[in-house]
Write a protein that binds this ligand. Structure first.
Ligand code: ADP
Length: 497
């Protein structure tokens, strides 16, 4: 009984009420507006220079490359013009020594070489044709009509974007350290190496992965109006949406097509409310904060995304385990108890190690609807080395995990709801009764059962949306944002040439 009462007490602390949701939506709208007016705010609201989204009728063959961290992906995409596409790709691991190379040229030269290999392997004819023309046409003008691949470049490091295919590297993260590249335009660095190899490829767009998600969803979604928001709930969380140019008060330094009157904005919402005006904080959030490498930053992300939810769960479990008034994961609960003494938790268990609990186990708990939770208890053994946990222990973990993810989903609804309101689409007379489409990607939203339903529940009670409008909001899974999405941005960029 004590365990049940303690579990309930923990669950209640993760409650994020309807009232809390509405307060947070108001604050999100305020911080969005602030970010559109000046730099250095909580929500960065970065202009992307992408001024239109596809509607599914786009056609053509494009390339996309993605430098994300460990891997480099090269692909070519054929857009069929009917919401469908086909995609071919190669993936290579970035050699460790190139991540810390002396010069940018070493890394970008390697990337260009991989692009060459890809072309030879998958587009041999285009490659050969291009080579032949190079040998026979002497004037550079002779290349004017040469078919080339326009390429979207997804580069997942902090950059200051100053044009659709221009952005300077602010700093390296994720184990990369090539000081020579910092402050340089990463598109130009790649183009230079591509040109050295005489490849028929033009770096047409610099792509953020959330923008890629928005574009990919817009292209594939069945509705005729495309998507208004692309959002990621994976290791981290972020969203990009379509904003009216008239709302954007910051100076735009690069060129862009202003005929559409709109621009995609990368919100960088992971840092929403770093001041904690409206975000909830339990003692476990505070403990996570103390152990984090960036205290005071990414406060929203730390309550919402895959990298952090497992750690919050771990901290609650440890508390329960160390509570002298509660029997939790102790020998006397074990189903093996009558066999004598058993160690329920291995000394090497992730429970004892910071960041030792992967959020994926929370999906396993939620998915297990059996009365014995045997699948989930098996995962506790396999993944956390918690052996023969009693049913009531597993039930307690499942309930707490659910509360943590439910809070995350309601916080996700805060960002989504605020952006839907901000775009004004619900009241657009042209869209009366039509669906408002949103694309989402990332393991958390993809694999946690009911994550999107919990978002929808919260949208129903959001002022300015309500039950009827919430039904119009379609939240669809999108994959290959960095492939087809990047290709689509290259297409938009080509229209501006
Ligand atoms: P990334 O965001 O790095 O591109 P993912 O979308 O796969 O990659 O997200 C990885 C994150 O999602 C990790 O933090 C991991 O803990 C979490 N995760 C992986 N699998 C699951 C799952 N089945 N359920 C919930 N979270 C998961």
């Amino acid at each position: 009984m004590a365990l049940e009462a303690e579990t309930q007490a923990i669950v209640e602390q993760f409650e994020f009420s309807d009232d809390d949701v509405n307060k947070a939506v108001k604050e999100f709208l305020r911080q969005m507006d602030e970010g559109l007016s000046k730099d250095g705010t909580s929500l960065s609201q970065i202009p992307t220079y992408v001024t239109s989204v596809p509607n599914g009728s786009e056609k053509g063959r494009y390339m996309a490359v993605d430098l994300g961290g460990t891997n480099f992906r090269v692909c070519s995409i054929k857009l069929n013009g009917d919401h469908t596409f086909s995609l071919t790709y190669n993936k290579v691991t970035i050699p460790k020594e190139l991540m810390v190379a002396k010069t940018a040229q070493e890394l970008f030269g390697f990337l260009a070489l991989e692009i060459k290999k890809f072309l030879q392997e998958h587009h041999g004819e285009v490659f050969e044709h291009h080579l032949k023309r190079r040998l026979t046409v002497s004037s550079p003008d002779g290349f004017k009509d040469e078919p080339i691949f326009r390429m979207g470049f997804t580069f997942s490091f902090p950059v200051k974007q100053v044009g659709i295919n221009k952005g300077t590297l602010i700093r390296w993260t994720k184990g990369f350290d090539i000081p020579d590249a910092v402050g340089k335009d990463v598109c130009a660095l790649l183009q230079e190496e591509i040109d050295k190899l005489h490849l028929p490829v033009r770096v047409a767009a610099l792509v953020n992965d959330t923008v890629g998600t928005l574009m990919a969803r817009s292209y594939t979604s069945p509705g005729k109006y495309g998507s208004i928001l692309g959002a990621i709930f994976g290791t981290g969380t972020n969203g990009a949406y379509i904003e009216k140019l008239s709302h954007l008060k910051k100076d735009l330094v690069g060129e862009y097509d202003n005929s559409t009157g709109q621009m995609v904005i990368n919100t960088e919402w992971g840092s929403f409310d770093n001041q904690l005006n409206v975000l909830p904080s339990t003692k476990w959030d505070n403990a996570l904060e103390e152990g984090s490498i960036n205290p005071g930053f990414q406060m929203y992300e730390k309550r919402v995304s895959g990298m952090f939810l497992g750690e919050i769960l771990r901290l609650t479990m440890l508390d329960l385990y160390n509570n002298p008034n509660v029997s939790f994961l102790k020998d006397e609960n074990s189903s093996f108890n009558d066999l004598g003494s058993v160690t329920v938790i291995d000394r090497d268990s992730g429970l004892y190690k910071p960041w030792g609990v992967d959020t994926a186990i929370m999906s396993k708990a939620e998915a297990d609807q059996g009365s014995e939770l045997s699948v989930f208890r098996e995962s506790l053994e396999k993944e956390l080395k918690i052996y023969a946990a009693a049913l009531e222990d597993a039930v307690a973990i499942k309930r707490i995990a659910h509360a943590i993810v439910r809070r995350a989903a309601r916080l996700a609804a805060v960002a989504i709801g605020a952006i839907v309101i901000q775009t004004g689409k619900l009241n657009d007379p042209e869209l009366l009764g039509e669906k408002i489409d949103i694309g989402v990607d990332g393991s958390l939203v993809e694999h946690y059962p009911g994550f999107r339903d919990m978002i929808k529940e919260a949208l129903k009670i959001t002022d300015g949306i309500g039950e009827v409008n919430a039904k119009r909001i379609e939240i669809g899974l999108t994959q290959d944002g960095s492939g087809v999405g990047a290709a689509l941005i290259a297409l938009v960029a080509a229209r501006m040439e």
